[in-house]
Ligand binder design. Structure first.
Ligand code: BES
Ligand code: ZN
Ligand code: ZN
Length: 461
Protein backbone atom coordinates (compact mmCIF):
# COMPACT_ATOMS: atom_id res chain seq x y z
CA UNK A 1 0.00 0.00 0.00
CA UNK A 2 1.20 3.53 -0.49
CA UNK A 3 0.82 6.20 2.14
CA UNK A 4 0.30 9.50 0.40
CA UNK A 5 -1.45 12.81 0.87
CA UNK A 6 -4.82 13.43 -0.76
CA UNK A 7 -5.25 15.52 -3.91
CA UNK A 8 -6.20 19.08 -3.14
CA UNK A 9 -9.95 19.66 -3.35
CA UNK A 10 -12.23 22.54 -2.61
CA UNK A 11 -14.73 20.62 -0.48
CA UNK A 12 -12.16 19.24 1.97
CA UNK A 13 -13.24 19.34 5.61
CA UNK A 14 -11.40 22.00 7.62
CA UNK A 15 -9.48 20.53 10.56
CA UNK A 16 -8.51 22.91 13.34
CA UNK A 17 -5.71 21.96 15.70
CA UNK A 18 -6.01 23.95 18.91
CA UNK A 19 -3.74 24.02 21.94
CA UNK A 20 -5.36 23.81 25.34
CA UNK A 21 -4.36 27.33 26.35
CA UNK A 22 -5.48 28.78 23.01
CA UNK A 23 -9.00 27.35 23.11
CA UNK A 24 -10.71 30.39 24.59
CA UNK A 25 -9.28 32.75 21.96
CA UNK A 26 -9.96 30.31 19.14
CA UNK A 27 -13.54 29.80 20.24
CA UNK A 28 -14.18 33.52 20.42
CA UNK A 29 -13.43 33.80 16.71
CA UNK A 30 -15.99 31.17 15.73
CA UNK A 31 -19.67 31.75 14.86
CA UNK A 32 -21.95 31.59 17.88
CA UNK A 33 -23.42 28.27 16.80
CA UNK A 34 -19.93 26.70 16.81
CA UNK A 35 -19.03 28.32 20.12
CA UNK A 36 -22.14 26.81 21.69
CA UNK A 37 -21.45 23.41 20.19
CA UNK A 38 -17.86 23.31 21.43
CA UNK A 39 -19.01 24.28 24.94
CA UNK A 40 -21.93 21.84 24.95
CA UNK A 41 -19.65 18.98 23.92
CA UNK A 42 -17.27 19.70 26.79
CA UNK A 43 -14.35 20.09 24.36
CA UNK A 44 -11.29 21.23 26.30
CA UNK A 45 -8.60 20.78 23.60
CA UNK A 46 -7.00 17.99 25.57
CA UNK A 47 -4.27 16.31 23.52
CA UNK A 48 -5.82 14.07 20.87
CA UNK A 49 -9.43 14.97 21.73
CA UNK A 50 -11.43 15.30 18.53
CA UNK A 51 -14.71 17.04 17.93
CA UNK A 52 -16.86 17.00 14.82
CA UNK A 53 -18.78 20.17 14.06
CA UNK A 54 -22.04 19.60 12.12
CA UNK A 55 -23.41 22.12 9.66
CA UNK A 56 -27.07 23.10 9.92
CA UNK A 57 -28.01 20.41 7.40
CA UNK A 58 -26.25 17.73 9.44
CA UNK A 59 -23.24 17.37 7.16
CA UNK A 60 -19.74 17.72 8.53
CA UNK A 61 -18.68 21.36 8.58
CA UNK A 62 -15.37 21.06 10.37
CA UNK A 63 -13.34 18.99 12.79
CA UNK A 64 -11.24 20.07 15.73
CA UNK A 65 -8.37 18.29 17.42
CA UNK A 66 -7.05 19.28 20.81
CA UNK A 67 -3.29 19.78 20.89
CA UNK A 68 -3.08 19.79 24.69
CA UNK A 69 -0.10 21.28 26.45
CA UNK A 70 3.61 21.12 25.68
CA UNK A 71 4.22 19.00 28.77
CA UNK A 72 1.57 16.51 27.72
CA UNK A 73 2.95 16.37 24.17
CA UNK A 74 6.35 15.46 25.62
CA UNK A 75 4.86 12.14 26.65
CA UNK A 76 4.25 10.85 23.17
CA UNK A 77 4.79 11.32 19.46
CA UNK A 78 2.63 11.95 16.38
CA UNK A 79 -0.48 13.35 18.10
CA UNK A 80 -2.20 14.14 14.78
CA UNK A 81 -2.25 10.40 14.12
CA UNK A 82 -4.83 10.15 16.91
CA UNK A 83 -7.18 12.36 14.92
CA UNK A 84 -6.54 10.33 11.77
CA UNK A 85 -7.72 7.26 13.60
CA UNK A 86 -10.74 8.98 15.21
CA UNK A 87 -12.12 11.04 12.36
CA UNK A 88 -14.62 9.61 9.90
CA UNK A 89 -13.61 8.80 6.34
CA UNK A 90 -13.15 11.95 4.29
CA UNK A 91 -10.55 14.39 3.05
CA UNK A 92 -9.35 16.96 5.57
CA UNK A 93 -7.37 20.16 5.28
CA UNK A 94 -5.52 21.82 8.16
CA UNK A 95 -7.41 25.05 8.75
CA UNK A 96 -5.24 26.77 11.34
CA UNK A 97 -1.48 27.44 11.33
CA UNK A 98 0.27 24.59 13.13
CA UNK A 99 0.78 25.63 16.76
CA UNK A 100 4.47 24.66 17.05
CA UNK A 101 7.44 23.44 14.98
CA UNK A 102 6.21 19.81 14.74
CA UNK A 103 4.13 20.03 11.57
CA UNK A 104 6.33 17.65 9.55
CA UNK A 105 6.28 15.06 12.34
CA UNK A 106 2.51 15.25 12.51
CA UNK A 107 1.97 15.11 8.77
CA UNK A 108 4.13 11.98 8.66
CA UNK A 109 2.22 10.63 11.64
CA UNK A 110 -1.05 11.01 9.72
CA UNK A 111 0.34 9.01 6.80
CA UNK A 112 1.77 6.31 9.04
CA UNK A 113 -1.52 5.99 10.91
CA UNK A 114 -3.00 4.77 7.62
CA UNK A 115 -0.59 1.82 7.47
CA UNK A 116 -2.24 -1.60 7.42
CA UNK A 117 -0.67 -5.04 6.94
CA UNK A 118 -3.25 -6.68 4.71
CA UNK A 119 -1.26 -9.49 3.06
CA UNK A 120 -3.20 -12.28 4.78
CA UNK A 121 -6.53 -10.74 5.68
CA UNK A 122 -8.51 -7.73 4.66
CA UNK A 123 -7.94 -5.05 7.29
CA UNK A 124 -10.05 -2.08 8.37
CA UNK A 125 -10.05 0.73 5.81
CA UNK A 126 -7.23 3.22 6.29
CA UNK A 127 -9.80 5.98 6.78
CA UNK A 128 -9.42 9.74 6.85
CA UNK A 129 -7.09 11.43 4.37
CA UNK A 130 -5.15 14.67 4.62
CA UNK A 131 -4.29 17.21 1.96
CA UNK A 132 -0.58 18.00 2.16
CA UNK A 133 -0.30 20.99 4.50
CA UNK A 134 1.55 24.08 3.32
CA UNK A 135 5.01 24.59 4.74
CA UNK A 136 6.30 21.03 4.58
CA UNK A 137 8.01 19.00 1.87
CA UNK A 138 5.13 16.63 1.09
CA UNK A 139 7.06 14.51 -1.42
CA UNK A 140 9.85 14.00 1.10
CA UNK A 141 7.40 12.91 3.78
CA UNK A 142 5.74 10.49 1.39
CA UNK A 143 9.14 9.02 0.54
CA UNK A 144 9.89 8.55 4.22
CA UNK A 145 6.50 6.91 4.74
CA UNK A 146 7.20 4.56 1.82
CA UNK A 147 10.49 3.48 3.41
CA UNK A 148 8.76 2.89 6.73
CA UNK A 149 6.03 0.89 4.97
CA UNK A 150 8.67 -1.36 3.42
CA UNK A 151 10.28 -1.94 6.82
CA UNK A 152 6.97 -2.81 8.47
CA UNK A 153 5.84 -5.11 5.66
CA UNK A 154 9.12 -7.02 5.71
CA UNK A 155 9.05 -7.50 9.48
CA UNK A 156 5.37 -8.40 9.60
CA UNK A 157 5.67 -11.10 6.96
CA UNK A 158 6.11 -14.45 8.72
CA UNK A 159 9.28 -16.47 8.21
CA UNK A 160 7.50 -18.98 5.95
CA UNK A 161 7.11 -16.17 3.41
CA UNK A 162 10.14 -14.11 4.41
CA UNK A 163 13.01 -16.56 4.46
CA UNK A 164 16.48 -15.68 3.16
CA UNK A 165 15.25 -16.27 -0.41
CA UNK A 166 12.24 -13.96 -0.05
CA UNK A 167 14.39 -11.33 1.64
CA UNK A 168 16.70 -11.52 -1.37
CA UNK A 169 13.70 -11.04 -3.67
CA UNK A 170 12.66 -7.99 -1.65
CA UNK A 171 16.13 -6.47 -2.07
CA UNK A 172 16.15 -7.23 -5.80
CA UNK A 173 12.76 -5.58 -6.10
CA UNK A 174 13.88 -2.47 -4.23
CA UNK A 175 17.10 -2.32 -6.26
CA UNK A 176 15.28 -2.57 -9.57
CA UNK A 177 12.88 0.21 -8.60
CA UNK A 178 15.83 2.55 -8.03
CA UNK A 179 18.29 1.34 -10.63
CA UNK A 180 20.58 -0.06 -7.94
CA UNK A 181 22.87 -3.07 -8.34
CA UNK A 182 22.27 -6.28 -6.45
CA UNK A 183 24.64 -9.22 -5.91
CA UNK A 184 24.03 -12.31 -3.83
CA UNK A 185 26.30 -15.10 -2.62
CA UNK A 186 24.27 -18.20 -1.73
CA UNK A 187 24.90 -21.45 0.14
CA UNK A 188 28.26 -23.18 -0.19
CA UNK A 189 29.58 -20.30 -2.28
CA UNK A 190 29.75 -18.48 1.05
CA UNK A 191 32.54 -20.89 1.98
CA UNK A 192 34.35 -20.42 -1.34
CA UNK A 193 34.20 -16.66 -0.92
CA UNK A 194 35.17 -16.75 2.75
CA UNK A 195 32.06 -15.96 4.77
CA UNK A 196 32.38 -18.89 7.18
CA UNK A 197 30.23 -17.54 9.98
CA UNK A 198 27.27 -16.61 7.77
CA UNK A 199 27.44 -20.13 6.41
CA UNK A 200 27.80 -21.79 9.82
CA UNK A 201 24.78 -20.02 11.29
CA UNK A 202 22.56 -20.61 8.27
CA UNK A 203 23.62 -24.02 7.02
CA UNK A 204 21.08 -26.06 9.01
CA UNK A 205 18.06 -24.32 7.50
CA UNK A 206 15.96 -25.55 4.59
CA UNK A 207 16.53 -22.28 2.75
CA UNK A 208 20.19 -21.58 2.04
CA UNK A 209 21.98 -18.74 3.84
CA UNK A 210 23.18 -15.85 1.74
CA UNK A 211 24.91 -12.50 1.71
CA UNK A 212 22.89 -9.89 -0.15
CA UNK A 213 24.54 -6.75 -1.43
CA UNK A 214 22.90 -3.70 -2.96
CA UNK A 215 24.83 -0.71 -4.32
CA UNK A 216 23.54 2.64 -5.50
CA UNK A 217 24.88 6.12 -6.27
CA UNK A 218 28.01 7.26 -8.03
CA UNK A 219 29.07 10.42 -6.26
CA UNK A 220 29.44 11.84 -2.80
CA UNK A 221 30.63 10.35 0.47
CA UNK A 222 30.27 6.61 0.95
CA UNK A 223 27.83 5.06 3.38
CA UNK A 224 27.56 1.34 4.09
CA UNK A 225 24.55 -0.06 5.94
CA UNK A 226 24.68 -3.56 7.39
CA UNK A 227 21.45 -5.16 8.64
CA UNK A 228 20.92 -8.36 10.58
CA UNK A 229 18.80 -10.62 8.39
CA UNK A 230 18.03 -13.56 10.65
CA UNK A 231 14.72 -14.51 9.08
CA UNK A 232 13.85 -16.70 12.01
CA UNK A 233 15.78 -17.22 15.22
CA UNK A 234 14.96 -20.47 16.99
CA UNK A 235 18.09 -19.98 19.09
CA UNK A 236 19.63 -22.96 17.32
CA UNK A 237 20.67 -25.91 19.50
CA UNK A 238 20.48 -23.53 22.47
CA UNK A 239 16.81 -23.48 21.64
CA UNK A 240 14.76 -20.50 22.76
CA UNK A 241 11.81 -21.22 25.04
CA UNK A 242 8.46 -20.91 23.24
CA UNK A 243 7.58 -17.51 24.63
CA UNK A 244 10.87 -16.00 23.45
CA UNK A 245 10.76 -17.69 20.06
CA UNK A 246 7.24 -16.53 19.24
CA UNK A 247 8.26 -13.15 17.85
CA UNK A 248 11.44 -14.20 16.11
CA UNK A 249 10.15 -13.59 12.59
CA UNK A 250 11.21 -10.05 13.42
CA UNK A 251 14.87 -11.02 13.80
CA UNK A 252 15.47 -9.60 10.33
CA UNK A 253 14.34 -6.21 11.67
CA UNK A 254 17.83 -4.78 11.17
CA UNK A 255 17.74 -5.78 7.50
CA UNK A 256 14.21 -4.42 7.15
CA UNK A 257 15.23 -1.13 8.73
CA UNK A 258 18.35 -0.58 6.65
CA UNK A 259 16.30 -1.40 3.54
CA UNK A 260 13.67 1.14 4.61
CA UNK A 261 16.45 3.69 5.13
CA UNK A 262 18.01 2.80 1.77
CA UNK A 263 14.62 3.27 0.14
CA UNK A 264 14.40 6.77 1.66
CA UNK A 265 17.95 7.67 0.62
CA UNK A 266 17.41 6.50 -2.96
CA UNK A 267 13.90 7.95 -3.15
CA UNK A 268 15.24 11.33 -2.08
CA UNK A 269 18.20 10.98 -4.47
CA UNK A 270 20.67 11.94 -1.74
CA UNK A 271 24.20 12.54 -3.03
CA UNK A 272 25.84 9.50 -1.43
CA UNK A 273 27.44 6.27 -2.56
CA UNK A 274 25.33 3.70 -0.81
CA UNK A 275 26.11 0.07 -0.12
CA UNK A 276 23.76 -2.23 1.78
CA UNK A 277 24.93 -5.61 3.10
CA UNK A 278 22.52 -8.15 4.51
CA UNK A 279 23.59 -11.52 5.82
CA UNK A 280 20.31 -13.44 5.45
CA UNK A 281 19.97 -16.72 7.31
CA UNK A 282 17.61 -18.76 9.37
CA UNK A 283 19.02 -19.92 12.72
CA UNK A 284 17.53 -23.41 12.61
CA UNK A 285 17.81 -26.70 14.45
CA UNK A 286 18.95 -29.71 12.42
CA UNK A 287 21.80 -32.19 12.23
CA UNK A 288 23.92 -29.67 10.38
CA UNK A 289 23.49 -26.95 13.00
CA UNK A 290 26.57 -25.31 14.52
CA UNK A 291 27.07 -26.26 18.15
CA UNK A 292 27.97 -24.81 21.51
CA UNK A 293 31.71 -25.25 21.93
CA UNK A 294 32.45 -25.06 18.21
CA UNK A 295 35.15 -22.62 17.26
CA UNK A 296 34.35 -20.81 14.03
CA UNK A 297 36.81 -19.00 11.87
CA UNK A 298 35.65 -15.69 10.49
CA UNK A 299 36.24 -13.67 7.36
CA UNK A 300 38.51 -11.34 9.29
CA UNK A 301 40.61 -14.24 10.58
CA UNK A 302 39.52 -13.93 14.20
CA UNK A 303 38.34 -17.22 15.73
CA UNK A 304 35.10 -17.30 17.69
CA UNK A 305 34.13 -19.75 20.40
CA UNK A 306 30.42 -20.46 20.36
CA UNK A 307 29.08 -20.43 23.88
CA UNK A 308 25.50 -19.96 22.84
CA UNK A 309 24.07 -20.64 19.39
CA UNK A 310 21.39 -18.06 20.17
CA UNK A 311 23.99 -15.29 19.95
CA UNK A 312 23.98 -15.76 16.17
CA UNK A 313 23.34 -12.21 15.01
CA UNK A 314 26.82 -10.96 15.91
CA UNK A 315 28.33 -13.88 13.96
CA UNK A 316 26.62 -13.20 10.66
CA UNK A 317 27.09 -9.44 11.10
CA UNK A 318 30.79 -9.92 11.82
CA UNK A 319 31.47 -11.41 8.38
CA UNK A 320 29.39 -8.71 6.69
CA UNK A 321 31.12 -5.96 8.69
CA UNK A 322 34.52 -7.43 7.79
CA UNK A 323 33.56 -7.18 4.11
CA UNK A 324 32.26 -3.64 4.57
CA UNK A 325 35.52 -2.69 6.25
CA UNK A 326 37.66 -3.99 3.37
CA UNK A 327 36.49 -1.04 1.27
CA UNK A 328 36.15 1.34 4.19
CA UNK A 329 33.23 3.73 3.68
CA UNK A 330 33.20 7.22 5.15
CA UNK A 331 30.49 5.98 7.51
CA UNK A 332 29.55 2.43 8.47
CA UNK A 333 26.27 1.71 10.25
CA UNK A 334 24.89 -1.61 11.48
CA UNK A 335 21.34 -2.21 12.66
CA UNK A 336 20.28 -5.39 14.38
CA UNK A 337 17.75 -6.93 16.72
CA UNK A 338 20.84 -8.08 18.55
CA UNK A 339 20.14 -8.52 22.24
CA UNK A 340 17.33 -8.98 24.72
CA UNK A 341 19.54 -6.94 27.06
CA UNK A 342 18.96 -3.79 25.00
CA UNK A 343 15.22 -4.20 25.55
CA UNK A 344 15.64 -4.66 29.28
CA UNK A 345 17.73 -1.49 29.38
CA UNK A 346 15.58 0.91 27.37
CA UNK A 347 12.28 -0.78 26.52
CA UNK A 348 10.63 -1.03 23.13
CA UNK A 349 10.29 2.67 22.26
CA UNK A 350 13.90 3.83 22.49
CA UNK A 351 16.86 2.60 20.45
CA UNK A 352 20.30 2.28 21.96
CA UNK A 353 23.21 3.07 19.67
CA UNK A 354 26.99 2.98 19.92
CA UNK A 355 29.19 5.44 18.07
CA UNK A 356 32.96 5.60 17.67
CA UNK A 357 32.98 9.40 17.80
CA UNK A 358 31.03 11.77 20.07
CA UNK A 359 30.16 14.10 17.20
CA UNK A 360 28.25 11.26 15.54
CA UNK A 361 26.23 10.81 18.70
CA UNK A 362 25.42 14.51 18.89
CA UNK A 363 24.27 14.52 15.27
CA UNK A 364 22.08 11.48 15.91
CA UNK A 365 20.53 12.92 19.05
CA UNK A 366 19.57 16.07 17.15
CA UNK A 367 18.33 14.04 14.19
CA UNK A 368 16.27 11.88 16.52
CA UNK A 369 14.54 14.87 18.03
CA UNK A 370 13.78 16.46 14.68
CA UNK A 371 12.47 13.18 13.26
CA UNK A 372 10.56 12.01 16.35
CA UNK A 373 12.60 8.82 16.29
CA UNK A 374 14.16 8.53 19.74
CA UNK A 375 17.63 7.06 20.26
CA UNK A 376 19.96 6.81 23.24
CA UNK A 377 23.73 6.59 23.24
CA UNK A 378 25.38 3.63 24.95
CA UNK A 379 29.13 3.24 25.52
CA UNK A 380 31.68 1.02 23.79
CA UNK A 381 32.99 0.48 27.34
CA UNK A 382 36.55 -0.78 26.82
CA UNK A 383 37.01 -2.41 30.24
CA UNK A 384 34.39 -4.94 29.16
CA UNK A 385 36.51 -6.09 26.22
CA UNK A 386 37.92 -8.78 28.51
CA UNK A 387 34.44 -10.29 28.78
CA UNK A 388 34.43 -11.25 25.08
CA UNK A 389 37.85 -12.97 25.23
CA UNK A 390 37.39 -16.62 26.16
CA UNK A 391 40.96 -17.91 26.14
CA UNK A 392 41.04 -20.71 23.59
CA UNK A 393 39.73 -18.57 20.73
CA UNK A 394 40.02 -14.87 19.93
CA UNK A 395 36.42 -14.08 20.82
CA UNK A 396 33.49 -15.47 22.79
CA UNK A 397 30.08 -14.99 21.20
CA UNK A 398 28.15 -15.18 24.49
CA UNK A 399 29.96 -14.08 27.63
CA UNK A 400 28.76 -15.88 30.74
CA UNK A 401 26.56 -14.05 33.19
CA UNK A 402 25.08 -11.75 30.59
CA UNK A 403 26.23 -8.56 32.29
CA UNK A 404 26.07 -5.60 29.90
CA UNK A 405 24.77 -7.87 27.16
CA UNK A 406 24.11 -5.12 24.63
CA UNK A 407 27.52 -3.52 25.27
CA UNK A 408 29.48 -6.77 24.92
CA UNK A 409 27.62 -7.51 21.67
CA UNK A 410 28.54 -4.04 20.35
CA UNK A 411 32.18 -4.52 21.39
CA UNK A 412 32.17 -7.87 19.58
CA UNK A 413 30.97 -6.21 16.36
CA UNK A 414 33.50 -3.41 16.65
CA UNK A 415 36.36 -5.95 16.57
CA UNK A 416 35.48 -6.51 12.92
CA UNK A 417 35.69 -2.83 12.00
CA UNK A 418 39.28 -1.63 11.94
CA UNK A 419 39.56 0.55 8.84
CA UNK A 420 36.29 2.50 8.56
CA UNK A 421 36.84 5.86 10.27
CA UNK A 422 33.32 6.10 11.72
CA UNK A 423 31.13 3.28 12.91
CA UNK A 424 27.67 3.38 14.49
CA UNK A 425 25.75 0.34 15.68
CA UNK A 426 22.02 0.28 16.59
CA UNK A 427 20.62 -2.48 18.82
CA UNK A 428 16.99 -2.17 17.72
CA UNK A 429 13.78 -3.92 18.73
CA UNK A 430 11.82 -3.46 15.49
CA UNK A 431 8.48 -4.19 17.07
CA UNK A 432 5.61 -2.14 18.43
CA UNK A 433 4.17 -4.28 21.25
CA UNK A 434 0.82 -2.49 21.33
CA UNK A 435 -0.63 0.12 19.01
CA UNK A 436 0.42 3.75 19.57
CA UNK A 437 -0.14 6.88 17.45
CA UNK A 438 1.18 6.25 13.92
CA UNK A 439 2.47 2.82 14.94
CA UNK A 440 0.17 -0.14 14.59
CA UNK A 441 0.98 -3.19 16.63
CA UNK A 442 3.68 -5.18 14.81
CA UNK A 443 6.82 -4.41 12.88
CA UNK A 444 8.16 -0.88 13.12
CA UNK A 445 11.21 0.99 11.86
CA UNK A 446 13.48 2.44 14.51
CA UNK A 447 16.42 4.77 14.05
CA UNK A 448 16.16 5.10 10.26
CA UNK A 449 14.53 8.52 10.33
CA UNK A 450 16.98 9.76 12.96
CA UNK A 451 19.86 8.66 10.72
CA UNK A 452 18.27 10.20 7.63
CA UNK A 453 17.83 13.52 9.41
CA UNK A 454 21.41 13.39 10.73
CA UNK A 455 23.02 12.30 7.44
CA UNK A 456 24.09 15.76 6.26
CA UNK A 457 26.06 16.22 9.47
CA UNK A 458 27.22 12.61 9.71
CA UNK A 459 28.57 12.65 6.16
CA UNK A 460 29.33 16.38 5.89
CA UNK A 461 27.02 16.56 2.85
N1 BES B 1 17.48 -12.13 18.30
C1 BES B 1 17.96 -12.26 19.62
C2 BES B 1 17.85 -10.99 20.43
C3 BES B 1 16.49 -10.48 20.71
C4 BES B 1 15.64 -11.18 21.55
C5 BES B 1 16.11 -9.27 20.22
C6 BES B 1 14.41 -10.68 21.83
C7 BES B 1 14.88 -8.76 20.50
C8 BES B 1 14.01 -9.47 21.30
C9 BES B 1 19.43 -12.65 19.62
O1 BES B 1 19.85 -13.44 18.58
C10 BES B 1 19.66 -13.38 20.92
O2 BES B 1 19.01 -14.34 21.14
N2 BES B 1 20.56 -12.86 21.73
C11 BES B 1 20.85 -13.44 22.98
C12 BES B 1 22.34 -13.34 23.21
C13 BES B 1 22.84 -14.10 24.41
C14 BES B 1 22.65 -15.58 24.21
C15 BES B 1 24.29 -13.76 24.61
C16 BES B 1 20.09 -12.65 24.07
O3 BES B 1 20.01 -11.44 23.97
O4 BES B 1 19.61 -13.29 24.99
ZN1 ZN C 1 19.51 -15.52 18.88
ZN1 ZN D 1 18.78 -13.24 16.79
Amino acid sequence: MSLTFAEDRADAIPLHVVEHHALTDWRAQQPERVQAWVAAQGFTAKLGQTLLVPAEDGTLEAAIMGYGTASHRQKGRFPLAIAQADLPEGVYRLATPWPDDRLAENALGWLLARYRFARYRKQSEPGAQLIAPAGIDAAQIETIAAGETLTRDLINTPAADMGPDALEDAVRDLASRHGAGCDVIVGDRLLDENYPMIHAVGRAAAVAPRLIEMTWGETGPSLTLVGKGVCFDTGGLNLKPGASMGLMKKDMGGAATVLGLASMIMGLALPVKLRVLIPAVENAVAGAAFRPGDILSSRKGLTVEINNTDAEGRLVLADALALADEAPPDLLISMATLTGAARVAVGPDLVPFYATDPDLATALREGARAAADPVWEMPFHEPYEAMIEPGIADLDNAPKGGFAGSITAALFLRRFVTAAPKYIHFDIYGWQPSAAPARSQGGVGQGARAILEALPRLLKL
